[in-house]
Design a protein around this ligand. Structure first.
Ligand SMILES: *[C@@H]1O[C@H](CO)[C@@H](O)[C@H](O)[C@H]1NC(C)=O
Ligand SMILES: *[C@@H]1O[C@H](CO)[C@@H](O)[C@H](O)[C@H]1NC(C)=O
Ligand SMILES: *[C@@H]1O[C@H](CO)[C@@H](O)[C@H](O)[C@H]1NC(C)=O
Ligand SMILES: *[C@@H]1O[C@H](CO)[C@@H](O)[C@H](O)[C@H]1NC(C)=O
Ligand SMILES: *[C@@H]1O[C@H](CO)[C@@H](O)[C@H](O)[C@H]1NC(C)=O
Ligand SMILES: *[C@@H]1O[C@H](CO)[C@@H](O)[C@H](O)[C@H]1NC(C)=O
Ligand SMILES: *[C@@H]1O[C@H](CO)[C@@H](O)[C@H](O)[C@H]1NC(C)=O
Length: 184
């Protein structure tokens, strides 16, 4: 009987290569995970050859360029005032890498115009980033809407402990946010 060690070795290397590949995937590029989008009302429609459209194209290439001054948040304006100006920003989750953020924003800026083909107002959310553009300046103002609720459908195993940790975390978070805020 011949011991099939060749077979075992090759199977082992397949496993190794596969796990290295998975590892490199998880480090290199977590693909952008689309969640939701909202287009403005049908009263905010632009025509294909409007100034707004060309400003929007500039804005999106500006937001998705890989040398924005800030890496995880950036706001930009193209055009000067109404009716043609376009305002936009992206925000990435604080724990994503600069590369993952950039990939997400590139994807978002392409997807958003396919999903909201002629709207002057659009929002798109991903697991890693969000992007919003508008024909009005919305920078530095608190916005409570639109909003989207999403549920994590996984169960908590230790519910009491979870509630405790959640409460402590949110309290600490609120305190820190307040300490850094302009309302102090
Ligand atoms: C907006 O316009 C689109 C395309 O014409 C249409 O499918 C959609 O129903 C409209 N939405 C509303 C709320 O009127
Ligand atoms: C945005 O576009 C809508 C629809 O064309 C218009 O009614 C509104 O006045 C515009 N807002 C600004 C700030 O220009
Ligand atoms: C494009 O612009 C031209 C002139 O600026 C105008 O005559 C034409 O109607 C526009 N076309 C569309 C589809 O808006
Ligand atoms: C983005 O816009 C700013 C301000 O208009 C400009 O200085 C910059 O060159 C633009 N960047 C890109 C990549 O379009
Ligand atoms: C970004 O937003 C700030 C307000 O939060 C504003 O002062 C600034 O002009 C904006 N930058 C651009 C390029 O629009
Ligand atoms: C955005 O990313 C998704 C998932 O990786 C992909 O399926 C989609 O084709 C991308 N969209 C564009 C416009 O590249
Ligand atoms: C979560 O727990 C509930 C109640 O114990 C159960 O009915 C449900 O199937 C569980 N869901 C998942 C995703 O495990």
């Amino acid at each position: 009987m011949v011991f099939p060690y060749k077979d075992i070795v090759s199977k082992a290397s397949v496993v190794l290569i596969t796990s290295l590949w998975l590892l490199s995937l998880s480090i290199e590029a977590a693909p952008p995970v689309y969640l939701f989008h909202i287009c403005g009302s049908n009263t905010t429609i632009y025509s294909p050859n409007s100034t707004f459209k060309s400003n929007l194209n500039l804005l999106l290439s500006n937001l998705s360029s890989n040398n924005t001054p800030n890496n995880l948040f950036y706001n930009a304006t193209t055009g000067r005032g109404p009716p043609g100006a376009a305002y936009g920003l992206f925000l990435c989750r604080g724990d994503v890498t600069i590369n993952a953020c950039h990939d997400c924003v590139v994807n978002a800026s392409q997807e958003i115009v396919q999903r909201c083909t002629t709207h002057k107002v659009a929002y798109i959310w991903y697991d890693q980033c969000m992007l919003h553009y508008d024909n009005r300046s919305f920078f530095g103002t608190m916005e409570g809407s639109p909003k989207v609720y999403m549920w994590n459908t996984k169960n908590i195993t230790e519910q009491d402990r979870f509630t405790q940790v959640l409460g402590d975390t949110m309290d600490g978070f609120a305190t820190r946010a307040f300490e850094r805020s302009i309302f102090k």
